[in-house]
Design a protein around this ligand. Structure first.
Ligand code: NAD
Length: 377
């Protein structure tokens, strides 16, 4: 018998092509009459287009969203929202822009809509990561969950192929960790498997033909499912490693996920047989970890942390930070094993099971000491 607790999502999702034309009615359905649009400087063009769609319901555009949601940017955006009398925000972009929308919502209580343009999945999670000075903190807060998410495949065509590949692998990482989450439930398991199927099927096509509509739709669909997994169940070692590496060395978010994922799967494999069987099945590969490594390599994703700018001397420091706080992982997280995993990922070597206690375990029998589900996004 399966015993589980499932937490349902309350976000309304509209998915399709040309769906940005529905933004006015979706805003109206939430009672939003004065919408502030958010974007990064690079997506100002897309924001103008959405501004035109909204017409008089758009009261301004804030174009300074930045990676890792710096608090000083949020404060400027909140001041601007007050100046223009916004009653809601609409994030047009990836995780950086959606993070800004969440940070504004937390401070003002304004409802949010999101029009995601990457595969990061933040729009489906109640997770907010913010940076103050050099310190990044991550929290799970139900009040930051967007009310309505409109996925418009058309907006992803401009996302460059190389960035799409690593963003898609970032989404796959959410699905992978959902398969062995401490609080995994049958629905999250199904969604994660379907996310992996659609992303492994479509990303190779997107890498070759970024304007292929079917493949773009399939990738965005997988990203939605994977983001929902991230928002529903707790993550584990992989997200912790990426959080530490991003925060400590300023490594690019999606690229870091792409490099690290096969190595963590190799580490966790002995303790998560059902999960690795599902991953291998989705990849049509005999082994989940090497299947993921080969998949990323075939698609031209970066393979080595050193190529992302991490110094070799950082391996020791990162290993210390990764094992310092208690969090759940299917296999105990020990410093020697984490150091070995990082060394391989740093050098771009293929994954192999890390030295650890060496005893394969069943998924239900392994608990790392202190807290439940990691919160690193
Ligand atoms: P991003 O939002 O920083 O976007 C990367 C770059 O691509 C930006 O310059 C952006 O303007 C550009 N871009 C995005 N979509 C585009 C498109 N369709 N066409 C052309 N250019 C486009 O990257 P991301 O990977 O989506 O988000 C990363 C951030 O999101 C990190 O800070 C990460 O911590 C956070 N994140 C949070 C969660 C969560 O649940 N809280 C989940 C995933 C990621």
């Amino acid at each position: 018998m399966k015993t589980f607790v499932h937490r349902g999502q309350i976000t309304k999702v509209v998915f399709g092509s040309g769906t940005r034309s529905r933004i006015p009615e979706e805003a109206d359905a939430l009672g939003c009459r004065r919408v502030l649009i958010l974007c990064t400087p690079g997506q100002a063009g897309q924001a103008v287009e959405v501004h035109d769609v909204l017409g008089t319901a758009a009261v301004g555009t804030f174009t300074d969203a930045a990676p890792h949601t710096p608090v000083e940017v949020t404060e400027k955006a909140v001041a601007y929202a007050r100046t223009v009398g916004a009653d809601s925000v609409l994030a047009v972009g990836g995780g950086s822009t959606i993070g800004l929308g969440k940070a504004i919502a937390l401070r003002t209580g304004l409802p949010q809509l999101a029009l995601p343009t990457t595969y990061a999945g933040s729009e489906m999670t109640p997770i907010l990561g913010e940076t103050e000075g050099r310190r990044k903190t991550t929290r799970r807060l139900p009040e930051v969950l967007p009310k309505t998410v409109v996925y418009d495949v058309d907006l992803t065509f401009t996302f460059p192929a190389a960035a799409s590949v690593v963003s898609g692998i970032n989404a796959m990482a959410h699905a992978v960790e959902a398969l062995y989450a401490q609080d995994r439930d049958p629905l999250a398991f199904l969604m994660a498997g379907e996310a992996l199927e659609s992303l492994t099927r479509s990303l190779p096509v997107v890498a070759q033909r970024p304007d292929d509509g079917e493949a773009r739709a399939d990738s965005l669909y997988g990203a939605w499912l994977a983001g929902t997994c991230l928002g529903t169940v707790g993550m584990a070692l992989h997200h912790k490693v990426c959080h530490v590496l991003g925060g400590t060395f300023g490594l690019a978010h999606a690229e870091t996920h792409a490099v690290v994922l096969p190595h963590v799967v190799a580490h966790n494999a002995p303790a998560a047989p059902e999960a690795v069987a599902r991953i291998a099945g989705a990849l049509s590969a005999p082994d989940a970890a090497s299947g993921l490594f080969d998949f990323a390599r075939r698609l031209g994703a970066p393979r080595a942390l050193r190529d992302l700018g991490m110094p070799e001397s950082g391996i020791e420091q990162a290993a210390e930070l990764i094992v310092r706080d208690g969090y759940w992982n299917p296999r105990p997280v020990e410093r020697t094993a984490v150091r070995a995993l990082l060394a391989r990922a740093w050098a771009g070597q293929p994954p192999c099971a890390s030295p650890g206690d060496g005893h394969p375990r069943t998924e239900s029998a392994t608990h790392h000491p202190t807290t439940t589900g990691a919160r690193h996004a």
